[in-house]
Design a protein around this ligand. Sequence first.
Ligand SMILES: Nc1nc2c(ncn2[C@@H]2O[C@H](COP(=O)(O)OP(=O)(O)OP(=O)(O)O)[C@@H](O)[C@H]2O)c(=O)[nH]1
Ligand SMILES: [Mg+2]
Length: 233
Amino acid sequence: MKTTLLVPVLNEIEGMKKIMPLVKREWVDQVIILDGNSTDGTIEYARSQGYTVVIQKKPGLRKGYEEAWKHITGDIVITFSPDGNSIPELIPPLIEKMKEGYDMVIVSRYAKGAKSYDDDIITGFGNWMFTSLINLVFAAHYTDAMVIYRAYKKDLMARLELDKDSSFDFEEKLFRTKISWEPLLSMRAAKRRLKIGEIPGDEPARLGGQRKLKIFQWGAAFLTEVIKERFTP
Ligand SMILES: Nc1nc2c(ncn2[C@@H]2O[C@H](COP(=O)(O)OP(=O)(O)OP(=O)(O)O)[C@@H](O)[C@H]2O)c(=O)[nH]1
Ligand SMILES: [Mg+2]
């Protein structure tokens, strides 16, 4: 079972310099830095450390993931945010949990024993609301359906058709924003009754740089997505 750590970055130089040295190279078989056209030296830093860097052509995290997929050699992908939000030491236990036979394991900020130090009242409520909604609509049992930090089988991308343009284009145009595919992945994995696990993992606060999250546009886009996904066979 080969593993690939996929690290999305957009102007994340501070976090990269503090966090990536804590990621031991022997933990995974491949590391890919997926860059969304950073201008703050992130790309140069990543290359100087010997990492494989994929610079995406189309904007947005979802298009980035799509473009990164062909470079992934692992059977399992771990998406990891190097802005301080993902704790590096949880990579080995996350992989261990995947080995128990799960299709996807989430590092939950809201599982018993974990806490988000990055949330404010709005993001905390939003994450709780969307996770509850996904559980209700798709009869799932997530404590965190939204977080980036998770591991899943590489082939879920094709099996769950995460790359089909129609999945998100409408919402993105309507709300003039770019959204990532984690919520859709959570919904479709639940719908197909895949084997989903969670481990608790704190979310420390962002280290530096700027938040890219657009709370209200994303909220509206996700809500539309849940409704649409509910009525798609
Ligand atoms: N390649 C790529 N990376 C991105 C893009 N947008 C955000 N990222 C990176 O993806 C990671 C996760 O971003 P998020 O956690 O969703 O958003 P955030 O800006 O970190 O928001 P907070 O963590 O809540 O402050 C960060 O390392 C970002 O730099 C993008 O369009 N392309
Ligand atoms: Mg973040």
